[in-house]
Write a protein that binds this ligand. Structure first.
Ligand code: RRO
Length: 312
């Protein structure tokens, strides 16, 4: 059974990896994801130029009845140099994703310039969709700002680059973001980041469940699956074939992975459920995915990728 994936010239022996932000802030966490025999890769916590403590706690909350999660982490990370040191010195056969999320365009350009000039030979993910930094909008909801930063980036950046996108909810917005992205030599897009600025209430105390921003935070897990599928599907229908898609959002079972691949995902990331089960989740999900394929007599993911049926 072939459960491998490909982005640009990078081959992944397994299609699952962590979603940025989950299990990837410290070298110990990164090592743990990489060491899993069933992870195809690891993506580092989105970096800012300097170390950031992030928002006050509680800032992550698991919703009841396996609905998912709400977070307002606020980009806590060990700083760009920490992750660059990690990826430059880590011995691994797996291709690695380096995520950057500057709070300004100049911060992003400076980090990407350092990556360009470094010996890093993996993939870079530019996070244009963090919903949780007070006062900072999600860049990729501003189509002109997205075009402007990508124009400046591709004036010097030659390594494989992708962007992490927020979910879109309007067909016209799918058209508009795809029109921007198709003008650049992107290796991939990653969709979706959390659904920004949801709100959850604890019924016992009539109180919000996380502290930052009065309780508003990004939603992940099962409750975002339909939005993730729609975004993968809509972008696969609109993006140049050379732009691969990482599907992220709502994965708790092998069937969820299968559905994202049907919509066109080349790799699949796991966030909330990785928080719940830790790295053994990769083996469970891959086993369930293999069973789904086997039931239908498929031997490879390539046979179902993008093959979602519609009703005539
Ligand atoms: O750190 C966060 O609050 C965070 C980020 Br950078 C992101 O991209 N997505 C998210 O749900 N949380």
């Amino acid at each position: 059974m072939d459960l491998t994936g490909q982005i640009a010239n990078f081959h992944f022996n397994h299609i699952l990896l962590n979603a940025a932000g989950v299990k990837c802030q410290t070298t110990a966490e990164l090592d743990q994801v990489l060491a899993s025999p069933y992870s195809g890769s690891v993506v580092t916590k989105s970096a800012t130029p300097m170390v950031r403590p992030g928002n006050p706690s509680p800032r992550y909350y698991q919703l009841p009845e396996e609905l998912g999660s709400i977070n307002s982490m606020g980009l806590p990370n060990e700083g760009f140099a920490y992750y660059l040191d990690y990826v430059l010195n880590k011995q691994t056969d797996k291709p690695v994703f380096f995520s950057v999320a500057g709070l300004t365009k100049d911060d992003n350009l400076a980090m990407l310039m350092e990556l360009e000039q470094s010996d890093f030979n993996g993939l870079v993910e530019l996070n244009l969709s963090c919903p949780n930094v007070p006062g900072k909008p999600q860049t990729a909801y501003d189509f002109e700002a997205t075009r402007a930063i990508l124009t400046e980036v591709f004036a010097f950046f030659t390594k494989p680059l992708g962007v992490k996108l927020p979910p879109y909810f309007d067909m016209v917005h799918f058209d508009m973001i795809a029109a921007v992205l198709n003008d650049f030599p992107l290796a991939f897009v990653n969709t979706i980041n959390s659904i920004g600025n949801g709100l959850a209430i604890d019924p016992h105390t009539d109180t919000v469940v996380i502290k930052p921003k009065g309780g508003f935070g990004g939603l992940g897990g099962s409750l975002v699956k339909a939005t993730a599928l729609a975004n993968v599907r809509a972008l696969r229908e609109r993006l140049n074939e050379s732009i691969k898609i990482i599907g992220t959002g709502g994965v708790t079972s092998g069937r969820d992975v299968y559905d994202l691949v049907l919509c066109g995902a080349d790799l699949v990331e796991v966030g909330t459920q990785l928080m719940v089960e830790d790295t053994p989740v990769f083996e469970r999900l891959e086993g369930e995915l293999a069973n789904e394929l086997d039931k239908k007599n498929y031997q490879s993911l390539a046979e179902i990728r993008g093959k979602l049926q519609t009703i005539a």
